[in-house]
Design a protein. Structure first.
Length: 286
């Protein structure tokens, strides 16, 4: 079976064109494909599928085999892939995701701008439990590691995010603290965790622990959530560049007009390949 590997700010994905056969691999095989020692190696697997409500449907699975609602870096790779494969001859189109229908646009410079929709701050929708307030902005969360406590900001961009602002991002144990917060009892569906340092009124530095993937070089929805949280904490204006270990994203929250968040950044093909598949070992459509 043909596949194409793409990366966006170092967040890498194996993409399969399942538009005609609608085939989806088993979770165990996804984990094997994503393994960097015994497989192709990736942060996730993406499928291009048909949609009744949009030009395409995107499904994405994390490296642990779990399915995610959406992925900001993933949808930029998805957009470049379908254009590269000539599956569509438009530079702007619609994609159905687990977070709703999104609208990527391929820009003339090769970057992709995606209308990520309206950020959701309702704690029941994110979901996050255990707080008396419906909007969790700059609230205290105690964690078990070294009896720490963090001021957290909870935002959904179709998937849950816990944004933490810090003055010294390099002093945080991302793996230890990120893992504990991801699995904290107050996040019933787990959460992505972003540690963010303000560099200037228009620049944020971010490190991420992704739900189902661990430490990654970048997170698109996390960058959107970080800028939304930064604006609500009066740290930046309505837009900011987010500097990640894998590159830079520009995030704009059109708070006063549409209330939509727009994400702009690169996506590049790494290589194409083929794998042997025993179809009887997989779930097929699921």
């Amino acid at each position: 079976m043909y596949f194409s590997k793409w990366q966006a700010c170092g967040n890498d994905f194996i993409i399969f064109n399942s538009f005609k056969n609608k085939f989806i691999f088993s979770s165990e095989f996804v984990k094997k494909l994503c393994n960097r020692n015994f497989g192709i190696g990736a942060d996730g697997v993406i499928y291009v599928l048909p949609s009744l409500d949009a030009d395409f449907k995107m499904r994405i699975f994390n490296s642990d085999g779990s399915e995610a609602e959406m992925c900001g870096n993933g949808i930029r790779c998805f957009a470049k892939f379908v254009v590269n494969q000539k599956l569509i001859n438009k530079s702007s189109f619609s994609v159905e995701t687990g977070a709703g229908i999104l609208f990527p646009e391929i820009l003339k410079n090769g970057n992709v701008c995606v209308d990520m929709g309206i950020p959701n701050l309702n704690s029941d929708d994110i979901p996050v439990k255990g707080f008396s307030k419906k909007v969790i902005i700059d609230e205290l969360l105690n964690i078990s590691h070294e009896n720490k406590a963090y001021r957290i900001n909870c935002v959904s961009m179709g998937n849950p995010h816990c944004v933490i602002f810090t003055d010294k991002i390099d002093g945080i144990n991302i793996e230890a603290d990120g893992s504990i917060i991801e699995n904290h009892k107050q996040f019933p569906k787990k959460t992505n965790v972003e540690f963010v340092q303000k560099i200037s009124d228009s620049i944020l530095r971010m490190k991420v622990w992704e739900r189902g993937a661990g430490i990654t070089l970048a997170c698109g929805t996390g960058s959107c959530a970080a800028v939304v949280a930064a604006i609500l904490n009066n740290l930046v204006n309505n837009k900011a560049d987010v500097i990640l270990d894998g590159g830079k994203l520009n995030i704009f929250w059109d708070k006063d007009k549409t209330n939509h968040v727009f994400m702009t950044g690169p996506a590049e093909k790494v290589f194409d390949g083929n794998i042997e598949v025993d179809y009887e070992q997989h779930d097929g459509i699921r």
